[in-house]
Design a binder for this molecule. Sequence first.
Ligand code: G3I
Length: 376
Amino acid sequence: MVNTTLELSRRRFLSSSATTSLLAVASLSYPIDPILAKTIKGIQFGAAARASLIVSDPQYRDALLGYCSRLTPEIEFKWDRIEQEQGQFMFGEADQLANFARDHGIEIYGHTLLWHRSLPPWAYENLKVEREWSIVDRYIRQMVGRYDGIRYWDVVNEPIETGYRTDGLRPSIFLDVFGDEYVASALQAARSVSSSAKLLINEYGLEYDLAVEHDRRYHFLKLLERLKHSGVPLDGVGLQAHLDLRKGTVSPASIGSFLKEIANFGLFIFVTELDVTEASYFQTVDERDEQVAAEVSRYLDVVCDFPDIRGVTTWGLTDRYSWLGLSPEEVEAYIRLGYWRDGSSPGLNRGLPLDTDMRPKQFLRSLTSHGIGEKQ
Ligand code: G3I
């Protein structure tokens, strides 16, 4: 399973990379770590990003430019943002992000065409009544056609949910109306517009030795098997990798055998949404960062051995803007209880590579020590 040549060359390069700091940092408004930033040849690194923050926060913008060679629109490409009202396409923020990326030689990762949580309410109602595939088809064609340089698309996002059906498919309006064929139809629609884009299914909850995650892996593999056997245009698998220390630590053995099956289908992998939810906020910042970084390393030790890994993307770059943050109510409760007297970050999950001041954390070193982070 391991591509030894690739792995050896990656490791060899890593061992010499500390002396090859290439980034000019003088003009930036905060100190990008010159060794960590874009200096290591290996797996392409990206982060989920938001167009509005690029405009409003120059430090955020500089950090994206300093570290990322690929960006995933965190919300801008989703159907409910693009077509809030039927037929009224609002490409403003999506174009903004795509143009920003293009102007800086950064690649955009297409996220996501079909997701039950990003369906505009009008589309839900129409699908229920009209039951027409053309409603979905039109949106997929629009997006893949408009952003035709995009190399990777999450075509279907999160199709698996355990506990409902024997095939493990998530109950959704798509499944209700079109049956289990909807996954194949979405992939075919994307392929009909682009013969070259790589098409993926993106899924979460696949890393731990929990019964529910075991089931998710099983059903996901079965879905991939059915799609590959019926010749559907599926090229790769997106592994969201929202790691979660509350679940324990990732299971290298389970992930390893799961990935082996994926390799047998001839699919590549892409780590699409890496981050870490912490189990406890009540330790020192250093201890917390160490635990997060160790979990990232445990995970990357396995996935970076996969023969065809196309990229690693974190779900956000900095704790300053993270979907992992606690709610204001939780923050208030913790402060009332007297925590964080040591000046650490109240209420902020430290589950991303940079802290709230854009300083690199040990998380980033876990990435670079696995060969992740060079512009390609
Ligand atoms: O921009 C509006 C703002 O104007 C408004 O005041 C505010 C009030 O609620 O909402 C803001 O939009 C929110 C947006 O995030 C930006 O913060 C949306 O309501 C909220 O639904 C949206 O959540 C995003 C979610 O996907 C749904 O699209 C999260 O940021 C984003 O991190 C999350 O990403 C998903 C991946 O796509 C799939 N995998 C899981 C991952 C995390 O849930």
